[in-house]
Unconditional design. Structure first.
Length: 254
């Protein structure tokens, strides 16, 4: 595992559980990724989202992610009750609290999970294969970080936001490295916006793959308003995805 450069050692972090903090600065070597993380940190109110997270909330949150990856779709209340041993009524109460923290996304009626970062039930540009299970990722960064979060290799199929050409990549070493990707000039745009307490409907819509820098610039010039964000190489996008998602299921330590 890489060690974060000394100049980034004082970057802010949030305690997820004993011995685990987010973001994971140890996988970041790029100053641009550091700046992107700091900006996302501020824009999406990460400190507020994680503040006072109960042990029971975290147990359900982790069960949602692991069960989602196993099933290929959002788990039901009964699925989570079996996984956690909690009563269905308690599961529903904790899901509601996680929704208030923007850690899960519920349907319009507020009774059913339809997404949990990095996964979502609706169709997106970003398709994942994880140990034979097929899922949709909310955005390019989510797709890049999902395998590392679970500690398994991932296959990602996406497309250039500008021209629609196919983008394919695979991770190796339990999701920790980039193994194969095409085309060779892939770049990632990490937009910065957050609205109505839901990253899925704001931030995630702005994070995309492009087949080249020229297509990223062509897309940017066609926007009605100059988009705010960061241009990242594929490796930098991978660093960002790992830094955000690896802590979500990392085991507690002493």
């Amino acid at each position: 595992m890489n060690t974060a450069p000394t100049e980034y050692a004082e970057r802010r972090e949030i305690i997820v559980r004993p011995g685990v903090t987010t973001p994971d600065w140890t996988v970041v070597t790029s100053p641009t990724v550091c700046d992107a993380l700091e900006t996302i940190f501020e824009t999406c109110n990460w400190s507020e989202r994680w503040a006072g997270l109960e042990i029971e909330e975290d147990r359900v949150r982790r069960a949602i992610l692991t069960t989602y990856a196993q099933l290929g779709h959002a788990p039901s209340t009964d699925d989570l009750a079996r996984e956690t041993g909690f009563a269905p009524s308690q599961v529903n109460r904790l899901i509601a609290k996680l929704s208030d923290r923007d850690m899960v996304v519920l349907d319009h009626d507020g009774g059913k999970i339809i997404g949990a970062y990095p996964f979502v039930d609706r169709k997106t540009e970003h398709h994942l294969q994880l140990s034979g299970t097929r899922l949709n990722a909310m955005c390019a960064i989510d797709a890049l970080g999902a395998g590392a979060m679970l500690g398994i290799d991932a296959k990602v199929k996406s497309s250039c936001r500008f021209c629609g050409c196919k983008i394919n990549l695979e991770t190796g070493e339990k999701g920790s490295t980039l193994a194969n990707f095409a085309p060779e000039q892939i770049v990632v745009w990490t937009g910065i916006q957050y609205a109505q307490g839901c990253a899925a409907d704001s931030l995630c819509t702005t994070m995309a793959f492009f087949c080249s820098d020229s297509h990223l610039e062509s897309w940017r010039t066609k926007q009605n308003v100059e988009p705010k964000g960061f241009r990242l190489s594929l490796d930098e996008g991978f660093q960002l995805g790992k830094a955000i998602f690896m802590p979500l299921l990392a085991p507690a330590s002493s």
